[in-house]
Each structure stands twice: as structure tokens, then as C-alpha cells.
Design a protein around this ligand. Structure first.
Ligand code: BMA
Length: 307
């Protein structure tokens, strides 16, 4: 690392000039987080870090960032020829969703706070749907658990038509209590693929795991499939032990459709970065076997029953 760091985790991911680019969250020795670019030609090894963060808190002009900038998600917006960076600005009144734009990951334009606290785990869809931009986010309401919401915008700055998209389940489920979006939605022939984390609180503390869902391409308010099972869980020592143990927290992925490969980058135990890979075809075939809209909506998703 180019400067002293307590931990490096929860990276956004994309591809730039045929290289994998991660925007990693670096928690400094005071506890405040910054977002730093790392590049690798194979997406696995020889990571090269920029000397300075791309996004550091700027509390004079952006008081909402006073306690740090965390957990970026990166979405290439083809129609605008730039990336949207959604990140958690940690304000003194709680975490909120902030948006910045970049053409090159060398400089950014801050749009600023787009949703008030408490809200986080947000990412844009890569293209407009029905003439509007769409963004998934995760407010924390006073009742009913924290779920995924969908919000809409004509200009990327002003967001509305907020609606609940996917609720946490209940009881012993791996995604009871809280869920939050992982990487940005990925367009596939079957629908928008999303990965989300679920938090199950146990007497030993919370466990963060991740599962999958598929949204309708033309109407992403419709959840077509939702995995009953978690597909990623803390099992290795580096996922079970760290600053916050028992955490896998995916925020970024890159997809190589030609080679049928999905690379998922995730934070492990709020301390380091892990990578898991999968076949996109396998993932979509698995989702086809998962519960359909009726079960998802009723929140009574039963094992392997398609509607
Ligand atoms: C969430 C976020 C993440 C963190 C996770 C586990 O609420 O704050 O940044 O990785 O908790 O501690």
C-alpha cells in the first residue's frame, strides 16, 4: 500500500483499458475510509495502487463525508461514456448515498448526496429503462427490516418514485433482518442479475452472506427469481477472522461473456479483498431453478419451487 492502512476491503470493480480496476475502500489508521484505485492486468495478481485516493472525504465542501467514503459500486453508463460511482458517505447523521462521475478514474465530478440518511449499498443500472435511470439502494426504515429499494431519475441528480424491491426474510433465514445490494445489476438475456448480501444475527454476532436474484429486463420492479440459498458465505479463516469477523461483502464484479466467466470481488471480514469466480451460464441455470415471483412477493420463498 502507498500509505499506512488499517484495512483494505469492499471494492467496486470494472474493466478499463483491458485491465481490471478496483476502487478499494482503505480505512486509514484513524478509522476514516477513502477510495483508492488498484489495477491488475489479470484481475488476480500484481495489483498496482495509485499513490493517493481517488475519493477522500472533503468535509469543508461536503460535510456529508465527515466520517468517510465507503463501499463504492462502479457502473459504466454507455450513453454518457462515463462511470457512475455510488458510495456511502458517512455523515454525522448516518450513512447516505453519494454519487460521483468519472471518465478515467483519475479525476471525479461529485454530484453529491442523492439520498438522505440512513441509506447505503446503492448502484446504478448501466442503461436507462423506459427513458429513466434506475438505482437500487437500501434505506433503513423504522419498521419491517432493511430491504432493497428501487429509485428513478431523469438526470442522475434528482431521484424519486422510490419503491420497495426485495425484503429481508425472517427467522433463521440467511438473509433475515437486513439485505443490501452487492455489485451493480448485470444485464443478461434472462434478466438483470443481482447479488445481494444478507445479514443473519446470531447469539455469536451477525453473519454476512450473499445470494442471487434475477429482475425482469424491461420492468426491474419485478423479481423473477430469488435464491433460497446463500451462494457465498464466510468459511475461510480470512473471511471468519478480521476487524469484523464472519463477513463476506461483495461490491464489484466483472463479466467476460465470451469466456463465460464472472469475477466477484468482495470484502472479507472488513479487512481484505477476496475473489470468487463462476460460470455465468451456471449461475443463470441455477437461478432458473429458484423460486419465482409468487413466492418472492409473498416472502414465503420455499425450497426450489418455481411459480
Ligand atoms: C455493513 C457496511 C459494510 C461492512 C459490513 C460488515 O453495514 O458497513 O461496510 O463491510 O457492514 O461490517
Amino acid at each position: 500500500m502507498p500509505f499506512p492502512a488499517n484495512s483494505v476491503f469492499n471494492p467496486g470493480a470494472t474493466t478499463v483499458d483491458a485491465e481490471t480496476l478496483l476502487l478499494v475502500r482503505v480505512e486509514d489508521l484513524s478509522g476514516i475510509s477513502h477510495l483508492l484505485v488498484a489495477r491488475s492486468s489479470d484481475g488476480v495478481s500484481n495489483w498496482r495502487f495509485e499513490p493517493r485516493p481517488l475519493i477522500s472525504p472533503d468535509p469543508q465542501i461536503h460535510p456529508e463525508e465527515t466520517w468517510g467514503c465507503e463501499d463504492a459500486r462502479l457502473t459504466w453508463l454507455d450513453a454518457r461514456s462515463l462511470w457512475a460511482i455510488t458510495y456511502t458517505a458517512y455523515s454525522r447523521r448516518g450513512p447516505l448515498v453519494a454519487l460521483a462521475l468519472t471518465e478515467d478514474f483519475r479525476s471525479i465530478t461529485r454530484i453529491g448526496p442523492v439520498l438522505p440518511p440512513e441509506n447505503k449499498d446503492s448502484a446504478l443500472f448501466p442503461r436507462q429503462i423506459g427513458g429513466r435511470w434506475a438505482m437500487i439502494n437500501r434505506p433503513t426504515p423504522g419498521q419491517g427490516g432493511a430491504g432493497l429499494w428501487l429509485s428513478w431519475s431523469l438526470d442522475l441528480k434528482y431521484w424519486g418514485d422510490h419503491a420497495l424491491l426485495l425484503e429481508p426474510r425472517d427467522g433463521p433465514w440467511w438473509d433475515s433482518g437486513k439485505v443490501g445490494l452487492g455489485p451493480p445489476p448485470l444485464e443478461t438475456a434472462e434478466g438483470w442479475l443481482i447479488m445481494y448480501h444478507g445479514v443473519h444475527v446470531t447469539p455469536g454476532g451477525p453473519i454476512y452472506r450473499a445470494g442471487l436474484a434475477l429482475l425482469d429486463l424491461d420492468d426491474p420492479t419485478l423479481v423473477k427469481r430469488r435464491s433460497s440459498e446463500r451462494v457465498l458465505a464466510p468459511t475461510a479463516t480470512f473471511e471468519r477472522v478480521g476487524d469484523v469477523g464472519q463477513v463476506v461483502f461483495p461490491c464489484g464484479w466483472t463479466a467476460d461473456a465470451d469466456n463465460d466467466r464472472l469475477n466477484v470481488y468482495y470484502g472479507a471480514a472488513d479487512t481484505s479483498v477476496g475473489l470468487v469466480t463462476a460460470s455465468i451460464r451456471d449461475v443463470l441455470a441455477y437461478l432458473e431453478s429458484c423460486p419465482g415471483p409468487a413466492q418472492v412477493t409473498a416472502g414465503v420463498s420455499t425450497e426450489g419451487v418455481a411459480s
